[in-house]
Design a binder for this molecule. Structure first.
Ligand code: PHE
Length: 454
């Protein structure tokens, strides 16, 4: 069969626009609104933000192009795509490791992502019920620690979130995913802009901006650079096959380069807006920027509790955050589900059920790492921290290196040229240099630097 006739058996996006919306839906999620601010706070602010932005531009965009290209050429699950493309390139089947590690990483990430998605769900109900009306910073912090202190409550919300996720996944590409992403992303964006507007009234907007954007390189350590790079991969959903599998549903006439730039801009824009909304509130209420995963759940309720219309506004915000988390979570498990379908001939429903149950079970480790197992640490990290570290900071960047090497060195230039369809030779050459040299070397240096070998 000619490559131009290859199609994924799992589906096809109905247009370039649906692909952009779906890929942006996968990229924009808890990573932008929950994780980016708390990592920024923990890593001292602006220097972290700067490294993050450089990583998005220099590694993120070229690697996203590489991943979409692989997906669209292979038209299958990440594992099978790598198998087909390794054959096509006459190279060893070991490259399938990209697919295997990505599929595993997606499941590992979803196991804790679902727990945080559950927090979001719970906060919708707290907001609707008026819990935060007139809340002080102390009250929001106490509410949060009482909430995460209960293993049973987190267990219930984690379960509900998993059921929501697997419900959409079982519906398939056309039925489930497309419908979920159409209107909600733009609404979330507008709401964030309004939140930034509120932060301007706190009197601490300038301090928030300075914290985010005045580089202070004394704060930059090997560990914080690794964390910024890991966050770039996590936030753009790179290095683990999600973008590859979404790429496998992309129509042939879609421009990979401009689509990648659009997705990266939207993703980074949302993260920066979230930072600009949150830090002024942190400073205005004497909260601790480095307080960790609870940061947005301790800051935003204070804002909602003290603004006019805050109850409605806050409820809407958490609903939209839930949807952003939802569209990301379905993409995390898509590689595993389609692999089960392809390999064992399962129905989508059965494959979703098995993947869901397994991931849910693993998620219990994260549920308890905030209460029952909080003291149980390995190298100073709780179960949740460890999972997050291994996936975001190791598996995704290493997956990225392999993807860059495969696309840059092994695939023939005429294949990558044909997929990317870039007419300007200078742009193609720049992309090629980025995936051949810059991306693998940079990721490698950051990793070595973080473990203290440089
Ligand atoms: N990018 C998503 C977020 O920022 C998380 C994600 C990572 C989704 C990897 C898919 C793959 O929330």
């Amino acid at each position: 069969m000619k490559i131009s006739e290859r199609q994924s058996v799992h589906g096809q996006w109905s247009s370039r626009w649906t692909f952009i919306m779906a890929a942006t839906g996968a990229a924009v999620g808890l990573g932008n609104i929950w994780k980016f601010p708390y990592l920024t706070g923990q890593n001292g602010g602006s220097a972290f933000v700067l490294v993050y932005i450089v990583c998005v531009a220099a590694l993120g965009i070229p690697l996203m192009m590489a991943e979409i290209l692989l997906g669209r050429r292979g038209r299958s699950t990440p594992i099978r795509t790598m198998q087909v493309l390794a054959e096509e390139t006459n190279t060893t089947q070991w490259w399938q490791i990209i697919g295997w590690s990505g599929t595993l990483a997606g499941m590992l990430i979803l196991s804790y992502y679902s727990v945080i998605g559950g927090w979001t769900l719970a906060y919708i109900f707290k907001s609707i019920g008026g819990t935060f009306n007139g809340a002080s910073g102390q009250f929001a912090a106490d509410t949060f620690s009482a909430f995460t202190g209960s293993g049973t409550i987190l267990f219930i919300w984690h379960t509900v979130f998993m059921v929501l996720t697997m419900g959409v996944v079982a519906g398939g590409v056309q039925g489930g995913l497309e419908k979920a992403v159409q209107f909600l992303m733009p609404t979330l964006f507008i709401l964030l802009v309004l939140m930034v507007g509120y932060s301007m009234t706190t009197g601490f907007f300038g301090k928030g901006l300075a914290f985010l954007f005045t580089p202070d390189f004394s704060k930059l350590t090997g560990a914080s650079m690794l964390s910024a790079m890991g966050q770039a991969f996590f936030s753009l959903s790179l290095g683990m096959g999600t973008i590859m599998i979404y790429g496998s549903y992309v129509p042939r006439d879609t421009s990979i380069a401009s689509t990648s730039v659009a997705i990266a801009l939207a993703d980074t824009g949302v993260a920066l807006l979230a930072g600009m909304a949150i830090f002024p509130i942190v400073f205005a209420n004497n909260l601790e920027p480095g307080s960790g995963p609870g940061l947005i759940f301790q800051t935003l309720p204070v804002a909602f509790g003290n603004m006019t219309g805050g109850q409605a506004f806050g409820s809407l915000f958490f609903i939209l955050l839930l949807i952003a988390a939802w569209t990301s979570s379905i993409s995390l498990i898509e590689p595993l589900v389609t692999w089960l379908i392809e390999t064992y001939g399962m129905t989508r429903i059965k494959a979703s059920l098995y993947s869901g149950i397994f991931t849910w079970l693993l998620g219990l480790g994260t549920v308890w790492s905030f209460n029952r197992w909080a003291e149980l640490t390995f190298l100073g990290l709780t179960f949740f921290d460890l999972l997050d570290f291994v996936t975001s900071n190791l598996m995704l960047p290493l997956g990225g290196i392999l993807i860059a090497l495969f696309v840059g060195w092994l695939m023939r230039a005429d294949s990558t040229k044909a997929e990317l369809n870039i007419h300007n030779p200078a742009i193609y050459a720049a992309w090629q240099a980025l995936v051949r040299y810059i991306a693998p070397v940079a990721v490698f240096i950051v990793l070595l630097n973080a473990i203290g070998l440089l």
